[in-house]
Design a protein around this ligand. Structure first.
Ligand code: SF4
Ligand code: SF4
Length: 96
């Protein structure tokens, strides 16, 4: 799913580094490796690759991360991926 991105600049993912304690959970659970630790605190590496699954927010113990799951349309990205695999238009995202 490396090639799939949502529309640049629309992802709702936010990170407040002041609240980060550097536990690393977000970088472990993120399926796209969008978060990583730098200087014992998390950083966002490539925000526009975020599929807004919400896993980082759910696993962050300090609520340093906020994201609105689904707003960036993970369903759309997944449907594109499945359509490509199946070679036909079968699944539709919420905005199609
Ligand atoms: S919402 Fe999902 S894809 Fe986006 S940064 Fe968090 S874990 Fe990664
Ligand atoms: S899960 Fe939260 S506290 Fe832990 S490294 Fe990520 S942002 Fe920081």
């Amino acid at each position: 799913m490396q090639a799939f991105r949502y529309i640049d600049g629309t992802v709702t993912l936010r990170l407040d580094r002041q609240d980060c304690i550097g536990c690393g959970r977000c970088s472990l659970v993120c399926p796209h490796r969008i978060l990583r630790l730098e200087g014992n605190r998390a950083v966002i590496v490539d925000r526009d690759r975020c599929m807004e699954c919400g896993a980082c927010q759910t696993n962050c113990p300090t609520r340093a991360i906020t994201v609105s799951p689904g707003v960036g349309c993970a369903a759309h990205i997944i449907s594109q991926w499945l359509n490509t695999l199946l070679g036909r238009q079968v699944f539709k995202g919420c905005c199609e």
